[in-house]
Design a protein around this ligand. Sequence first.
Ligand SMILES: [Zn+2]
Length: 279
Amino acid sequence: MDDKIISHSRALLQECDAVLIGAGSGLSTAAGLEYGGERFQRHFPDYIAKYGMTDMYSAGFYPFASLQDKWGFRSRQVKLNRYDAKVGDVYLKLLDLVRHKPYFIITTNVDAQFERAGFDKRNIFAVQGDYGKFQCTVPCHNKLYDNESQISAMAAQQADCQIPSELVPYCPNCGEPMMLHVRIDNTFVENSNWHAAKQGYSEFLGQFHNQKLLLLELGVGFNTPTIIRFPFEQFSRQFPHTHLIRLNKDDARSQDKLKAHNLLVEDDICQWLNKLAEI
Ligand SMILES: [Zn+2]
């Protein structure tokens, strides 16, 4: 990575009044939470043999024949990525970079790595939910339920890629099946905490849009670009003293011309953070 990118990034980080982090799946991949390749093959050999699955992302859309089958896969995936995975080095290094400035995070990731790394929970808007919670599929009510003990039991007690029927989670209120609190469609529960986080995001933008706000966009691709990627480009154009640093391994280009001082870096997030951490 070019030293100029590092010195420019360092200057922007030092000069800014506040940092808005926008993070997508590329950041968790950089943290070691790969959804395919060797990691997938190591943890899901029975699922690969039974279903011909190729990676955790596409396997999430598999039309399982029963809830016992579905929770077999889901519980192992959630246990691996939400509970067993170590907090990624990239998240810890990122916290070191921004901890002395006002910061806010908007993320489409559902693995809770920001919270687990020690970022202030009040400054995180996880738009798409959290693997660590259940909600009703209907949903008949807005309550979310911590799922760690149930997920662990399902992951431990499965045989032939199925969990025992008595472990299938059902809504305590209406009796319909539960689901992970992850946005798939409009049944996603947006409870008071979700709305408070959304409000926090708006207030942060309101407070800093006329100041030196640094937009740090990390690993955000094109699955849901309207949540972070396109708005960040818009902020960069609209706000007078705002700069954007975008790191994306695959495609860092912008829709149209942005400010000359923006940094669009098509390179590795780990390398960027490691070099920035060097004194
Ligand atoms: Zn219900």
